[in-house]
Design a protein around this ligand. Structure first.
Ligand SMILES: Nc1ncnc2c1ncn2[C@@H]1O[C@H](COP(=O)(O)OP(=O)(O)O)[C@@H](O)[C@H]1O
Ligand SMILES: [Mg+2]
Length: 253
């Protein structure tokens, strides 16, 4: 059992997900065990059909495993994960057609009961950061695929999630647009401890991540190095003496 740490976001053991396919059972993910830490930048690499989306959906609590356990140690219970703590960026454009760009970006905040004025301000700030302010009043049908994808990222960033799960976000984009999207994402997340997991088979994406996980036919291999921003005390801390009072503002862990 892993020691609880505020930096550990997800701990999963022996996750399995099977699907019924034409009368038989198909194992899309088999015995996946992994941890996701604050600040992680993980590339999840695998061919089409290898189980990447299945794994991301389990990580974000969109789906439940057939077997195994998953605990959102540093995030809280599954019901509280979305929309505020865990954000998804999907491969396909995922804006709501009848709503303007700004309404799309503020939507998750409104669903999370953020007052409208605060949601609007946060949404405008997110659009500004991605240099998309000029598109605020446009409808999705007036935008290019690249613009839509960047707005989907702005929507994700508007509520400062602790974990972003991006499912082949550059899959539909040409090279310059993909680079622009990645630059924006990485610049915005720089110096934050938001963890980022990107499912991809794009080397352009994988090269920019600190960790590489590979998945083949539902078998996940994680690399064991921790070179993200997570900080774990390697040196044992001296025990507090019973007679020494805790400092007033000390954290409860
Ligand atoms: N809802 C489903 N019902 C049946 N089979 C599924 C379902 N979702 C995924 N699969 C199968 O599981 C395997 C892994 O799918 P997926 O996780 O989407 O792979 P990837 O994202 O790597 O392309 C594929 O063979 C796919 O056909
Ligand atoms: Mg997929």
């Amino acid at each position: 059992m892993t020691k609880l740490s505020p930096n550990l976001l997800i701990e999963a053991q022996n996750l399995r997900r099977t699907y019924h396919q034409g009368g038989s059972l198909f194992t899309a993910l088999d015995s996946a065990s992994f941890q996701v830490w604050a600040g992680d930048r993980i590339a999840l690499i695998g061919r089409s059909g290898s189980g990447k989306s299945t794994l991301l959906n389990l990580m974000g609590g969109l789906d439940t495993p057939t077997d195994g356990t998953i605990a959102w140690v540093g995030l809280g219970p599954r019901e509280t994960l979305r929309p505020a703590k865990v954000a998804f960026v999907f491969q396909m454009p995922s804006l709501l057609a009848p709503l303007t760009v700004i309404e799309n970006v503020e939507m998750p905040l409104l669903l999370g009961d953020t007052p409208i004025e605060i949601a609007r301000t946060a949404a405008m700030e997110a659009l500004e950061r991605l240099q998309l302010t000029a598109l605020a009043q446009k409808l999705p049908e007036e935008l290019s695929g690249g613009q839509i994808q960047r707005i989907a990222v702005a929507r994700t960033l508007a509520y400062h999630p602790k974990l972003i799960l991006a499912d082949e976000p550059t899959g539909q984009l040409d090279h310059p647009t993909a680079t622009l999207l990645l630059d924006t994402l990485f610049n915005t997340l720089k110096d934050t401890d938001t963890a980022l997991v990107i499912a991809t088979h794009d080397p352009l994406v994988a090269d920019r991540m600190h960790k590489r996980w590979t998945i083949q036919h539902g078998i996940l291999q994680t690399d064991s190095s921790h070179n993200g921003l997570q900080t774990v005390n390697a040196t044992p801390q001296p025990k507090l003496s019973i007679t020494r009072p805790m400092p007033k503002n000390s954290a409860p862990f």
